[in-house]
Ligand binder design. Structure first.
Ligand SMILES: NC(=O)c1ccc[n+]([C@@H]2O[C@H](COP(=O)([O-])OP(=O)(O)OC[C@H]3O[C@@H](n4cnc5c(N)ncnc54)[C@H](O)[C@@H]3O)[C@@H](O)[C@H]2O)c1
Length: 307
């Protein structure tokens, strides 16, 4: 199959590209390398370095004539979207519209959108949050992702292609940016490798739902192979606190890691977890990698990357 992966030089996208290449698919990556890395792009895939906001991207897509598109290119940070909502909308909405404008008449069969689970259901949702709950995104990032879902659904009806939206929880694993604000496991794994204290904002009891990147890739492949349409949470259903992560990392490292407490981050969501039962029954997907295994793999990757 000819498959386009936008954001294929990034953390999740590059793992997805590796898996698609391993299946023998012909893969084109469009990425502006703003946070992705050329070195992460599989040598068997073709990389076009381009910003999805520029009109020329439509020509690249029309020339390639993909049968399937995985759309991952995005401004991915909630705090960044609160500071720069316009930039967030330009990438996450206008960029998407640019891609959508290329699609009529090219024979596209499937569009798989990467939305968000963590920023979709609001702070007061009953946990684990299922897709039946009302969408209540509170950040520009979440609002743009919800609008993206609607744009893709509208376009799939108008232009007759299959649309699947995945709403991942907090993804972690090798190649995640340890300098960002979202990748708590990456940040702490790197600090553990560098023998720095574990920095904890507030009590450390805030929870998130963590899914290892290889499990997310399996969900993407399940979506590619499925004849269904719809929106699916991709998560473990479990809440994990920052203190739980540190406990797991301490186990991996073999000694208790020291904690350095910092003031609480104002406005941060307290708890989050996704119910992914629908992905289980419809896409036959469920996570396979335990948190302990995933943290071990992530720590080992950062240790190797550190030389
Ligand atoms: N990491 C998570 O926990 C998580 C959770 C839910 C959803 N997501 C979504 O998954 C997708 C991938 O996220 P990630 O964590 O791999 O982040 P990432 O930053 O590693 O990947 C995003 C990629 O998009 C590229 N990009 C950004 N702006 C672009 C532009 N204007 N034009 C072309 N390319 C551009 C970046 O260079 C990067 O390679 C995003 O859509 C994100 O919103 C991520």
């Amino acid at each position: 199959m000819k498959i386009l992966v936008t954001g294929g030089a990034g953390f999740i996208g590059s793992h997805l590209v590796d898996a698609l290449v391993a299946r023998g698919e012909e893969v084109l990556v469009i990425d502006d390398l703003s946070s992705g890395k050329r070195a992460y792009v599989n040598k068997e895939a073709k990389l076009v370095v381009q910003d999805i906001r520029v009109p020329e991207v439509r020509e690249v897509i029309r020339a390639f004539q993909p049968e399937a598109i995985f759309h991952l290119a995005a401004q991915k940070s909630v705090p960044e979207s609160l500071k720069h909502p316009r930039k967030d909308a330009e990438i996450n909405l206008v960029g998407l519209c640019n891609i959508l404008e290329a699609l009529p008449g090219i024979g596209l069969k499937k569009f798989i959108l990467t939305s968000t689970g963590g920023a979709m259901y609001g702070d007061d949702a009953a946990l684990p949050a299922g897709e039946e709950l009302p969408e209540r995104p509170s950040s520009p990032y979440g609002i743009a992702k919800l609008a993206s879902e609607r744009y893709v659904q509208s376009w799939s009806t108008l232009h007759n292609f299959q649309a699947i939206t995945l709403r991942p929880a907090n993804v972690y694993g090798p190649r995640q940016d340890p300098l960002g604000e979202a990748g708590v496991i990456a940040i702490l794994a790197k600090r553990a490798v560098e023998k720095q204290p574990m920095r904890v904002f507030g009590t450390g009891e805030h929870t998130r739902d963590y899914v290892y990147v290889a499990d997310i890739v399996r969900a993407f492949l399940a979506a590619l192979d499925s004849n269904t349409m719809g929106t699916f949470n991709i998560g473990s259903g479990k809440e994990t606190s920052v203190l739980d992560i540190i406990q797991n990392l301490s186990h991996v490292v073999g000694n208790e890691l020291p904690i350095e407490h910092q003031p609480e981050v104002v406005g941060e969501m307290e708890r989050s977890a996704l119910n992914a039962t629908l992905a289980g029954t419809t896409l036959h997907w469920q996570p396979e990698i335990t948190l302990q295994e995933g943290i071990q793999k992530t720590y080992e990757w950062f240790r190797a990357a550190n030389g």
